[in-house]
Design a protein around this ligand. Structure first.
Ligand code: PAF
Length: 255
């Protein structure tokens, strides 16, 4: 596996690949877990050349504290990348990704960007779409893979690709979960062994009972000690964001 920090070095390597090579890109912010592994495994099966990018994107965090505390685990990420037979690891610095600052962001007014994550994290999707556009221009993949845990993000990236006529196939991958139903997430690593129990309880409570009465679900979650940010149905799915011991958890699934 080769690692690339700078666009020029990676471009050189990419230009050396045969023209018809199917390139699969898995964009991440690192802190890789089993959920990322399943994306990498799928992308490995479906492509000739597998690219993993790791970049903790500052422009998508609207809370500096969240950005500063985002887990950075490059050494273990490298091991996972090797295990998953990644061919190229892209690890740009902020200077490499934003050499001219953030003067040309993608600004979305898409209705799906104005609700839920878009509403509680103003500017978040502008940052996501900007960096995804940059990563797609860097890697120039045939296919790009995203987890459905961030379903709103996945949906908006599909819209980005359509709106800018980007020549890439966007593939959504099912959320990987713990036995309790808790989605795998880099943020789960921030809980200690006591705190994680409430995170599992959150997943269990979401799955107990009917999905018709959202007020009743909200009551159950709050009674357990979770702070509910939103609990809404859209696109045939239930979406939820809660605060659990000061850490944000999100989930969504078809109902
Ligand atoms: O889902 C993520 O990890 C990030 O939002 C992404 C798509 C890598 C952009 O920074």
């Amino acid at each position: 596996m080769n690692s690339y920090e700078h666009y020029a070095d990676w471009l050189n390597a990419r230009n050396g690949l045969p023209k018809e090579t199917r390139i699969g890109l898995v964009p991440t912010m690192g802190a890789l877990h089993t959920g990322h592994k399943s994306l990498l495994e799928k992308a490995r099966r479906e492509n000739d050349f597998l690219v993993l990018s790791i970049f903790v994107n500052p422009t998508q965090f609207n809370d500096l504290n969240d950005y500063q505390h985002y887990p950075r685990t490059l050494e273990s990420d490298r091991r996972i990348a090797e295990e998953c037979n990644v061919d190229a690891l892209l690890i740009p610095s902020e200077k490499d990704m934003y050499p001219y600052g953030n003067d040309m962001p993608i600004i979305t007014h898409h209705p799906a960007s104005q609700i839920m994550e878009g509403k509680v994290r103003p500017g978040h999707f502008n940052g996501v779409l900007t960096v995804v556009m940059k990563l797609l221009q860097w890697a120039k993949p045939t296919c790009v893979y995203f987890g459905e845990k961030d379903f709103q993000q996945y949906l908006l990236i599909c819209e980005l690709v359509k709106n800018y006529f980007l020549d890439v196939e966007v593939i959504g991958c099912e959320t990987m979960r713990e036995a309790s139903g808790l989605p795998l997430s880099s943020r789960n690593q921030r809980f200690d062994s006591e705190q994680i129990k409430l995170a599992h309880r959150f997943a269990e409570l979401l799955r107990s009972g009917s999905y018709d009465d959202l007020a009743a679900i909200q009551q159950r979650l709050e009674a357990a000690g979770l702070i509910v940010e939103y609990l809404e149905k859209h696109f045939g799915r239930l979406f939820v964001a809660v605060e659990c011991h000061g850490i944000r958890l999100i989930d969504n699934f078809a109902v």
